[in-house]
Write a protein that binds this ligand. Structure first.
Ligand code: ZN
Length: 364
């Protein structure tokens, strides 16, 4: 037998712009990045998933791997707090099952058959779905099918065609579901072609009325204003095609956190964001989130921090168009001469926010 010695392949450390992107996701404890990479800490020899609640290491101490296996190959141990390995396997299971479910047009996909195809027990698959998506496999499959149905309508296919293509046995089946899942009849949906569902809550704060709006992925808007009507009008202008509806209970913890931050308190829970942005806006907003409570930066300083010293005006524009005030603290950016410059929700509010946060500013 011909034996060739094959050296065990070295696990590759991620570098360059990918590492920079992973670091941003790590800093923001971005749940959406979980399962796509792990970060390891040289000083502790431990690796974590991106959303691990533990303290962040120095950038110089962090290295990134595509998988837990790669990190372990380099001698790192899994964090006991965020258990990156379990998550990885749950993510992989769900990804494989989701691919099968997405291609299945049957109305009643059997969990057992999906589980058998990916060689997992139905119970394990059910748990993985709960962990990763918060849904049962059946609800997930139903949502996936409904999404395909909606996409076909948006693409201009007829209702009947879309119904049968997506395996809804009869038109009555889809009309039964429309109230809970489509929010309107398929015909109305086809006409308006909206893409987003946004729920909002409005509460009182010491800075006036606060609107917190969110999709099922995170917060999309935080506005401050004088009255409900003005805030809803702003939201409608920002998301003209979205379906907006009032949320009475579900946002409680997020709203409470926003109210605390308005009072100048330290962040106590992470608030997931779901905002539409250009790559540049997103970079600016991430940079703003690094400005510590009680500090300010100038537009020029932010531009320099981004490595784009000539983009001061673009930075100012990105601040002015920030849809999630408070959480992305654009109020902490001021002019080089110490003037507060503008604020979408009024200079008085900007000044009050900075005073509460204890910035050492001369407000005269
Ligand atoms: Zn961890």
């Amino acid at each position: 037998m011909n034996t060739t010695f094959i050296p065990k392949q070295e696990a590759s450390i991620i570098s360059g712009t990918t590492a920079a992107r992973f670091w941003q996701a790590t800093l923001h404890r971005d749940r959406r990045a979980d399962g796509t990479f792990v970060f390891a800490v040289r000083s502790t020899q431990i690796y974590c998933r991106p959303s691990c609640p533990a303290r962040r290491p120095l950038r110089s101490n962090a290295i990134f791997f595509r998988s837990p296996e790669d990190a372990e190959h380099r001698g790192f141990r899994a964090c006991r707090r965020c258990r990156p390995k379990e998550l990885q396997s749950a993510a992989a299971l769900v990804a494989r099952a989701a691919a099968l479910l997405a291609n299945s047009d049957e109305e009643n996909v059997r969990l057992e058959s999906i589980a058998a195809q990916i060689k997992a027990s139905p119970e394990k698959l059910r748990r993985a779905f709960r962990t990763m998506t918060g849904l049962s496999p059946r609800d997930f499959a139903e949502a996936a099918r409904m999404n395909r149905f909606k996409k076909m309508l948006r693409d201009g296919r007829s209702i009947t065609e879309a119904l049968y293509a997506c395996g809804f046995g009869s038109p009555s089946r889809i009309y039964e579901k429309t109230n809970s899942q489509l929010g309107m009849t398929p015909a109305a949906y086809k006409k308006g072609a909206p893409g987003m569902f946004i729920e909002y809550s409005i509460t009182r704060s010491s800075l006036g009325h606060v609107l917190v709006a969110a999709t099922d992925r995170g917060i999309s808007a935080i506005y401050l204003g004088e009255n409900d009507k003005q805030l809803i009008t702003e939201l409608r202008a920002e998301y003209p095609k979205a379906e907006l509806s009032a949320n009475s209970t579900g946002h409680g913890p997020w709203v409470r956190e926003v109210l605390k931050r308005i009072e100048g308190d330290r962040p106590s829970v992470d608030l997931p964001l779901d905002v539409q942005a250009t790559a540049f806006q997103r970079r600016v907003w991430q940079e703003l989130q690094k400005i510590p409570l009680g500090s300010t930066r100038t537009y020029t300083q932010v531009a320099h921090a981004l490595g784009k010293p000539n983009s001061v005006r673009a930075v100012a524009r990105a601040c002015a168009t920030n849809p999630v005030s408070i959480v992305v603290p654009c109020h902490r950016v001021i002019r080089s001469d110490g003037q507060l410059a503008g604020y979408r929700w009024g200079l008085k509010r900007k000044q009050q926010l900075l005073e509460r946060e204890g910035s050492q500013l001369n407000f005269s």
